[in-house]
Ligand binder design. Structure first.
Ligand code: ZN
Length: 133
């Protein structure tokens, strides 16, 4: 397993981790298989989405904020229930196809770490499973 470290810079942020995940796939030596990207946090997540227009990332975060406003009457004493809920909505893992030793992604796709309670230093687990030939 490869452990990535991601430093986020604001409370809510989408950080592309495609390059780091691609590097982990290359270093695994696996040529054909799958790559699981897993976020071991309860106030963050991971998603695949558009890498071309940064307004898409903005719209995703602003709409999630409208759906689950940070300032709301929640019971959880930490005061970050909105981040926990967004984390559940986005999910904690994505599975990618590995072909010829590389990630298979659509032309407009990137893998994004989704921060909902930053800024913080976060971890991402990457596991590549398959055959070396
Ligand atoms: Zn909490």
């Amino acid at each position: 397993m490869t452990v990535l470290s991601v430093q986020t810079a604001s409370r809510c942020q989408l950080v592309s981790i495609t390059e780091q995940v691609s590097r982990a796939v290359e270093q695994s030596g696996i040529k054909q298989g799958i790559c699981v990207v897993y976020v071991p946090h309860t106030t963050a997540g991971v998603m695949i989405n558009e890498n071309a227009d940064p307004d898409v990332r903005h719209d995703i975060l602003s709409h999630l904020e409208r759906m689950v406003p940070f300032e709301c009457s929640f019971r959880h004493v930490e005061g970050n229930s909105a981040a926990h809920i967004k984390s559940v909505l986005v999910g904690h893992s994505v599975t990618l196809i590995v072909e010829k030793g590389a990630l298979v992604l659509g032309r407009w796709q990137d893998v994004y770490f989704a921060e909902f309670d930053g800024p913080r230093r976060r971890l991402v687990y990457v596991r590549v499973v398959g055959s070396p030939g």
